[in-house]
Write a protein that binds this ligand. Structure first.
Ligand SMILES: [Zn+2]
Length: 452
């Protein structure tokens, strides 16, 4: 009998708790959709400071903007966290042409240097092209790649429903293609752009020379040009390529994570963030202006709705996710040094598209607790908690035992824009962006209310 009464009381309690929660979540969504500021913030950031690659003037401007913006919103504290960041610059001499057998004029192709690449000699590189589709093929070709330009034509597998899975299966070519090709004496590597789209946009992104003793230039080529090039090579005729870049790595620069917070009674922290840096060739609207403004908007919604957090809620705009991760490293280092206890870390770095759920990197009990909240979020289309993983900027907190989460938006269009000149404000839908901000604010609210 006693057991039954306890159960009954528990049911009443959980019903009241959840009806109170659904009211607050409804308020969060109403505010985000009625008079949300996320898109306005994104418009300010991308129009004033497009191409915020670490160490650039635009990145420095963006730090100032984010600091002033959060100050103007009246958060409890806004501060900068210093970190040294790499400073790679693209230069202004990117050019590539493909010469079919005996052709003197050649056809211009769309390329861009990969982040961290060395430049070609100033007169460029002209050499025969050899196509490989995998590291296996590359290793089999071995010394026959000596003196050649390696065309690494690994296609993203379109049968994956999540485009991030397709990306994960192919991006090794971009990251390590140059290292692999250089050991066989290749002169340069040209990697098929990491996208499922068929278009003329080259997609940049970070690469690494790993243990390579010889650093060779690395570029991305658009998928249309990659398909043409592959066709020509299949026809069996020799194809020559001319490649010219003048990118370089300058000394490290001083930069900052930008942090805003609202404080509760407990000093324990719930951190939510995106990365402020972005590739230089676009405006960094989806990647990751969206995550930055959703983080700011999350705090603003708490403030304007008068939701008093129990814990310290932080919005962190990390620096240098794209080509170094120094901001994320610094944040975790400082958390450890200051003995801050983090209850949860949440990232938004998968584009400003309609939110579908959150991925998790957390112990089973935490996952189960989070899944018990799904009925509260399901009415807003946020139901998918099946994906694995946090995000790159919060990953260093894992060592401190912090449960990690990342907003999972619909992924179908992300790689149409990712790391290209098309990643502009007009690629982001204001409602989808606002829904993402409401989703993270609701998720932070539930973690703050019930802990993990
Ligand atoms: Zn990103």
């Amino acid at each position: 009998m006693l057991r039954n009464i306890t159960l009954f009381l528990l049911m009443i309690f959980s019903f009241e708790a959840s009806s109170q929660d659904s009211l607050i979540i409804r308020k969060i969504y109403t505010a985000a959709l009625n008079e949300g500021q996320a898109y306005t913030f994104l418009s300010e950031l991308t129009s004033r400071y497009p191409g915020r690659l670490s160490g650039s003037k635009a990145a420095a401007g963006a730090v100032e903007w984010a600091y002033e913006r959060m100050k103007s919103l009246g958060f409890d504290t806004v501060y900068l966290q210093e970190c040294m960041v790499p400073h790679w610059v693209r230069g202004n001499a990117e050019e590539a042409k493909v010469f079919a057998a005996n052709s003197k004029t050649g056809k211009k192709v769309n390329i861009c240097a990969l982040g961290g690449s060395v430049a070609t000699p100033s007169k460029g590189i002209t050499a025969d092209v050899v196509e490989v589709k995998s590291f296996d093929e590359l290793n089999k070709a071995g010394r026959s790649l000596n003196g050649k330009i390696v065309f690494f034509n690994q296609v993203m597998d379109p049968t994956h429903v999540s485009t991030f899975d397709a990306y994960g299966g192919a991006v090794g070519a971009r990251w390590a293609g140059a290292e692999a090709a250089s050991q066989y004496g290749a002169l340069a590597v040209v990697v098929r752009s990491m996208t499922l789209a068929h278009d003329d946009l080259p997609h940049t992104g970070v690469m690494s020379y790993g243990k390579a003793t010889q650093k060779i230039p690395a570029c991305a080529i658009s998928t249309n040009d990659a398909d043409d090039l592959s066709k020509q090579l299949k026809a069996g005729n020799p194809v020559t390529m001319f490649l010219k870049t003048n990118c370089e790595t300058l000394p490290d620069e001083k930069s900052y994570n930008v942090i805003g917070e609202m404080r509760g009674d407990s000093k324990d922290v719930i951190v939510m963030g995106g990365h402020l840096d972005s590739w230089d060739n676009g405006a960094g609207a989806h990647d990751d202006g969206a995550g930055c403004v959703q983080s700011i908007e999350m705090l603003r919604l708490f403030k304007t709705l008068g939701i008093k957090p129990k814990h310290t809620i932080r919005a962190v705009l990390f620096m240098n996710e794209e080509n170094g991760g120094r901001g994320g490293d610094k944040y975790a280092e400082e958390a450890l040094r200051k003995k801050e206890k983090h209850i949860a870390a949440i990232e938004s770095d998968a584009g400003g598209f309609s939110p579908r759920g959150f991925s998790m990197d957390a112990p089973v009990a935490v996952r189960e607790k989070v899944k018990s909240w799904v009925p509260l979020l399901f009415p807003y289309g946020v139901y998918d908690f099946t994906r694995e993983g946090g995000g790159a900027d919060i990953e260093p907190l894992k060592e401190q035992g912090v449960p990690l989460f990342e907003l999972s938006p619909d992924s179908q269009r992300y790689f149409d824009f990712h790391h290209t000149s098309a990643d502009q404000l007009n690629a982001v839908n204001p409602r989808e962006l606002a829904l993402g901000a409401a989703a993270v604010a609701s998720f932070v609210y539930l973690i703050d209310t019930y802990g993990l």
